[in-house]
Design a protein around this ligand. Sequence first.
Ligand code: SAM
Length: 235
Amino acid sequence: KLSVRLETVAKYVPLDSRIADIGSDHAYLPSYLAKNGRISYGIAGEVAKGPYQSAEKNVMAEGLTEVISVRMGDGLEVIQPGEADCITIAGMGGSLIASILENGKEKLASVRRLVLQPNINAIAIRQWLVDHDWELIGEEILEEDNKIYEILVAEKGDPLKPYRDVPIETGLLVGPFLLQGKEQTFKKKWFLEMKNWKRIYEQLESAAPSVETEQKKQEVVKKISLVEEVLDNEE
Ligand code: SAM
């Protein structure tokens, strides 16, 4: 059975898409989509040999070799131009996801939708989207097995549109849609992040003073105050 996390990613893949799932590991996501008749074609990309082999094995075992092509390579290099109209990248850090998009920019011409699920650092993705004319069109947050995940959905469009009604710095950090929804899981995530930053701040306080620690302290204070505002506005 697919995790709720990947099921939620799957939900945002348009019907009959030709998807490329990058960093597919076991190829669970494209297999699930193919088995349920949701995609017309899938590429499972993997940079590492072990995961690549397990993707191949699973696709074979499920009898999906006609629909899913398992390929080994770094990021979007496994896609030929025009092959995919939806890209999914899940279960990695946001900076890695942003760098995969950045390094494969020329492969995005035919892509109409990105469904991205960063484990941490979603801000790196939101920033990349803004810088490259992709419009965030939806976000979700969910908790599973004691971990909190965010899912970001983007299409080509007006990259600043989602940030019109929210302070951009806050929007980039916590997500403009999630900020407006303010679900319980959202509040929990930022409460925990805040606790962590406060601990980091205390560590910096007791470290030897330097320009660097001073700078780091300021960054942490900035983030704390942005998030404090988000959580306080609640009442
Ligand atoms: N997408 C699956 C999921 O969400 O359950 C698997 C996530 S797994 C934690 C991350 C996978 O991404 C690993 O199998 C890793 O080998 C792969 N990966 C990391 N960097 C990659 C890159 N630049 N290109 C392709 N795959 C990559």
